[in-house]
Design a protein around this ligand. Structure first.
Ligand SMILES: O=P(O)(O)O[C@H]1O[C@H](CO)[C@@H](O)[C@H]1O
Ligand SMILES: O=c1cc[nH]c(=O)[nH]1
Length: 356
């Protein structure tokens, strides 16, 4: 197995057999990301406009070359919290007197934090917003020469027949018309890309849920809606031209098809990462049981605690990966990491401060 590949095999030599062969269209032999776009390498510079970075204005290899995990979720606040949480979890130490900074703050669009090999970035709401971010994050990984990065969405959703607060690991994504793909009009024609997630990561994440967790963690199909209200069959939007019975019939039909939860980014997330040859997973927490209602009525503190649940699972996954590899950071003997390259972190801070 080449350096940097995600593997959690108990026996190291098992890896060769278990890893699928990388697609030469999306990977260089050393595991760095290859773009399916011949134009990019011919450009003098590539401005990643919505994340306030650029291939000429920033040393992207120095800043992001060590990235292994790109974690994304809807809100800047959640991703900032996740950055602090993962810093604690992996024992990452910031240089004295510094704090985590929003690398993309001057884009005024998305917020991005970096903690050693982990990026935490917000993607906003809905398909177009996450689509734009995915294009730029995939290009960022390419420019940075990051090796085999894994993308993980940490989200919230409505559950179908699940207790509120249940964690759902998506094994596939389906759109509101029943397509297991992401459809996007390109040059006047609809292009469909399969919305596939990495099955092995699904199993590994599920294995990391614990019987001691005071909530359930399940695996299932995630429906990606184009809208929060009518697009998810709610009757509490500004408009509604169907009955409560129509709605219940629709949701029951989804349940029969194996849909466990509904959110708004799964198909582009699964499809664009798959098209880029990037392994990806989606872990969401249900805020309500849609079979019982539409309004998100849980108190803020309860919702905040729910939102921590996918973060905990993903943190276990990242920690297990880092412990298995023991390569990016050196273990200090207590399961936590000593920072190998604070300089790289400092650079990220300085560059983001000077970009406007
Ligand atoms: O909690 P996040 O990850 O933002 O995702 C979910 O919440 C938003 C709707 O409230 C949608 O973007 C949906 O996908
Ligand atoms: O019901 C819900 C809850 C969160 N996010 C959604 O998209 N739907």
């Amino acid at each position: 197995m080449s350096e940097g590949k995600v593997c959690m095999c108990e026996k190291k030599n098992d890896c060769e057999e278990k890893q699928s062969v990388a697609d030469p269209d999306t990977r260089y032999p050393d595991g760095t990301v290859k773009l399916r776009n011949p134009h990019i390498e011919l450009m003098d510079q590539d401005i990643l406009y919505h994340i306030a970075l650029g291939s000429e204005s920033h040393d992207l290899v120095e800043m992001f070359g060590d990235v292994k995990f790109v974690c994304m979720g809807g809100t800047p606040n959640r991703m900032k919290n996740f950055a602090h949480f993962i810093m604690e979890e992996i024992g990452y130490k910031l240089p004295t007197g510094t704090d985590l900074m929003d690398i993309s703050q001057y884009s005024y669009r998305y917020s991005m934090y970096k903690v050693g090999p982990v990026i935490a970035v917000s993607h906003g709401m809905g398909v177009p917003s996450i689509g734009i971010l995915l294009h730029e994050m995939i290009k960022l990984m390419y420019h940075a020469k990051a090796q085999d990065p894994v993308f993980i969405r940490i989200g919230t959703c409505g559950g179908l027949g699940l207790e509120p607060g249940t964690v759902v690991i998506s094994d596939q994504a389906v759109d509101g018309l029943g397509n297991y793909s992401y459809s996007v009009p390109i040059l006047g024609e609809v292009v469909k890309r399969p919305a596939k997630l990495d099955k092995k990561i699904v199993r590994e994440l599920k294995a990391l849920s614990s019987v001691d967790d005071p909530y359930e963690t399940v695996v299932g199909t995630t429906m990606c809606a184009e809208d929060f209200y009518e697009g998810q069959g709610r009757i509490d939007g500004a408009f509604c031209d169907y009955t409560e019975v129509d709605k219940q019939n629709y949701l029951e039909k989804l349940v029969k098809q194996g849909v466990k939860n509904i959110e708004m980014e799964a198909t582009p997330f699964a499809a664009l990462t798959h098209h880029a040859g990037i392994k990806a997973a989606i872990v969401c927490v249900t805020l309500l049981n849609r079979l019982k209602g539409d309004q998100v009525a849980a108190p803020k503190e309860v919702i905040n605690e729910y939102q921590e649940r996918p973060q905990k699972l993903v943190a276990r996954y990242i920690k297990k990966y880092l412990q298995t590899k023991g390569r990016l950071c050196s273990l200090d003997g207590h399961g936590s990491m000593a920072v190998k390259s604070p300089r790289r972190f400092k650079l990220v801070q300085q560059e983001s401060q000077t970009f406007e």
